[in-house]
Design a protein around this ligand. Structure first.
Ligand SMILES: C[S@@+](CC[C@H](N)C(=O)[O-])C[C@H]1O[C@@H](n2cnc3c(N)ncnc32)[C@H](O)[C@@H]1O
Length: 306
């Protein structure tokens, strides 16, 4: 599963794992699964798109993301359609009042009425700092990036290529689902691999990303029971605090950690370096357990002090 070039998806969000894909795929290689890829928290899809599996179950509770990718799979959204759409909408944006804000608001309101997947793409690529957030009523809730010329030709080409790249890796046997994770994990069989990247406990919260201790506990119960192999992404600690959930639920499994810088996030805490963790239910002795400087190197497992 050697990755030459990361396939970057056209949809953006603050929790996107692009930079961590090679690390995650190194662990997948150790698991050596023979079955399918199961991803209950698909998000932008960057991990699944780079997984190289022919069979997959890809799920997210956010219906808009799943609908977008289903339409790419069915051929109803093509690179050509995206190019034409962004060129036309980009021209309207560049000519609109209030330095583009007027047209941004128009598209945002149109999306919040009809949830058109191409409008989702527009908002994802014109929203502040590549963030995705929905209000309590399920409406798009990220302001404009304040760039009226956002859809200059080079940027449209970049996004069109991203759509083209994912359309080449999405297989006919990939199943896109829009359920809660608790309906997806039990679908996994021995030989499959489940990659979980849930909302991080104590970090982001929005309409599709509410996450409390009960959710973490349910996730733990389901992953503990599964016959499949699993990899869970979570945060381990940052300069301010530790993730209590690691000690509470995940310390009985194998854990590897790595420093990671999140470039976007609403609060300063979320934009700083975080020590990311991968929790797995299989042997990972072949790889060095953590790479960050704040703790001893080569310890079998990084312990959170009591
Ligand atoms: C941290 S993001 C995943 C990011 C993804 N790995 C990426 O690189 O883009 C978490 C995702 O979980 C989804 N989600 C939140 N609660 C969920 C639930 N109960 N069941 C399934 N998906 C959920 C959110 O909509 C969000 O897309």
């Amino acid at each position: 599963m050697k990755i030459n070039k990361i396939i970057v998806p056209p949809i953006k969000s603050q929790g996107i794992k692009t930079k961590l894909v090679p690390w995650i795929m190194d662990i997948v290689k150790i698991a050596n699964p023979k079955g399918k890829w199961i991803e209950p928290f698909f998000g932008t899809g960057v991990v699944g798109f780079n997984s190289g599996f022919k069979e997959a179950i890809l799920n997210d509770i956010n219906p808009h993301i799943i609908q977008f990718y289903r339409l790419v799979q069915s051929g109803d959204i093509t690179p050509q359609i995206v190019k034409k759409f962004l060129e036309e909408e980009g021209t309207k944006l560049s000519k609109s009042g209030d330095e583009g804000y007027e047209y941004f608001r128009f598209v945002r309101d149109r999306f919040n009425e009809s949830f058109n997947p191409l409008d989702l793409l527009f908002l994802s690529r014109t929203g502040f700092n590549g963030m995705m957030r929905f209000s309590k009523k399920g409406k798009w809730n990220i302001p404009f990036c304040k760039k009226p010329n956002r859809f200059a030709q080079a940027y449209v080409t970049k996004i069109t290529n991203q759509v083209s790249n994912i359309s080449k890796v999405i297989c006919d046997d990939w199943i896109f689902m829009n359920k809660g994770f608790e309906e997806i994990i039990p679908l996994a069989k021995e030989g499959d691999i489940i990659y979980c990247d849930p909302p991080y406990y104590g970090r982001y919260v929005d309409y599709y990303n509410g996450w409390d201790e009960k959710d973490e506990e349910l996730l733990f119960t389901l992953l503990k029971e599964t016959k499949a192999k699993f990899i869970l992404s979570t945060w381990h600690h940052n300069d301010w605090r530790e993730n209590d959930m690691v000690k509470k639920f995940w310390s009985e499994f194998n854990i590897v950690t790595k420093d990671h810088f999140y470039h976007s996030g609403a609060s300063i805490e979320n934009r700083k370096t975080v020590v990311e963790a991968l929790v797995c239910n299989f042997d990972i002795q072949k790889i060095s357990t953590h790479n960050h400087s704040s703790s001893k190197k080569n310890s079998a497992q990084l312990q959170i002090p009591l």
